[in-house]
Design a protein around this ligand. Sequence first.
Ligand code: ADP
Ligand code: ZN
Length: 433
Amino acid sequence: MDERYWNRAFETMPRSDLESLQLSRINSALARAARSQHYRKRLPDRLENLEDVKTLPFTVKQDLRDGFPDGFLCVPLEDIVRLHSSSGTTGKATVVYHTRGDIDNWSELVARSMYMTGVRKGDVFQNMMGYGLFTGGLGLHYGSEKLGSLTIPASSGNSKRQIKLMQDFGTTAIHTTPSYALHLYTIFEEEGIDPRQDLKLKVAFLGAEPYTGETRKKIESLYGIRAFNSYGLSEMNGPGVAFECEEQNGMHLWEDSYLLEIIDPATGEVLEDGHEGELVLTTLQREGMPIIRYRTGDIATVYTGTCLCGRTHRRISRIKGRSDDMLIIKGVNIYPMQVEKVLMDIPEIGHNYLIEIENVEYLDTMKIKVEVVQEIFHGNIGELESLKRRIVEELKNEILIRPQVILVEPNSLPKSEGKASRVVDHREKSPRP
Ligand code: ADP
Ligand code: ZN
């Protein structure tokens, strides 16, 4: 018999039991946290009910930087078996320490997440995320071994070798960023290999950077697989915080391990489910380095209603971006994901794009370079022009301003093996009135 759940008791726990568990776990977390330099004297001894979490102070990235390296450590350093450090895309790096128990819990959440998408013992999992300080490599690796699937620590980059590994070992599941999945497809094309026909791929876990539902659909159809959204951040271990189930309708956030809140980023006020805001997370189980009410900067919504899969943990939407990703152009607020949403829905568009913002004569301008597919790029010039007009119109409808669109050759824009950078903002350097 194939059991549907990796850990039925926890995954389908009735909400009231889950909330009692959270209350007892937050109280243990507070007791542990109080042993750190940072939280000492900042926290109450215990909470009477979960609602009172609102009275606890937030923790922000700057606190972690200020506490570098061991201001948040709660156990003797000799009890720590691993550290991970953030890739530092938004500033100075931070460190997170894990005890053996922390690594076990984290692996449990990852195994649970992978199992939820249908991966089983007997599957071959190729982990194409970078191994090292970044959590996407080792995080999924330990979870996958715990689940019992054959784990290939491919790490990132070296596309031809990735393809060879898939062929040699019959890879059925992969883990990568959405931007790398799109890039890798162009190498498949160059090599004349059709991943739909010539491989055993079934599923992909895509995460580490924001992307849209349209991008997911595109990757699913290019590879003939199902792609699942995976969310995590190094401060909360890494991947395995929230993951999509087979319904592919929001990511279950593992509430036995994390306390979930959404706040208004401007006021800090806690919002009801269904309202968009900044995700705030608390580690409920971490021993080495508990973090209380961490402001992730990630913008999302908590879905209301229950999921057909039977899991009781609430779901979050796709991450719209970080609160600091938002661009203000001619006074209009724009998230890069709104641009991606439009682009990835147009079949003539290739796999990469770049947004460039400039300030010319005191006016903000938005230029979007878009790769188009080979046949179109070398095809009829009239067709190219009308494609461009269509893209501009559709973007205008979504973002309310009219960007300049430049169609470029496939594979001509810079690509990254880690997180993609989609925006170059030249404005900081331009003279201001
Ligand atoms: P850094 O903060 O240096 O980039 P991390 O590797 O911890 O280091 O990155 C975590 C961040 O990556 C998250 O806070 C979020 O912004 C982004 N992220 C991770 N997974 C996803 C996802 N599935 N969708 C959108 N963004 C994601
Ligand atoms: Zn579900």
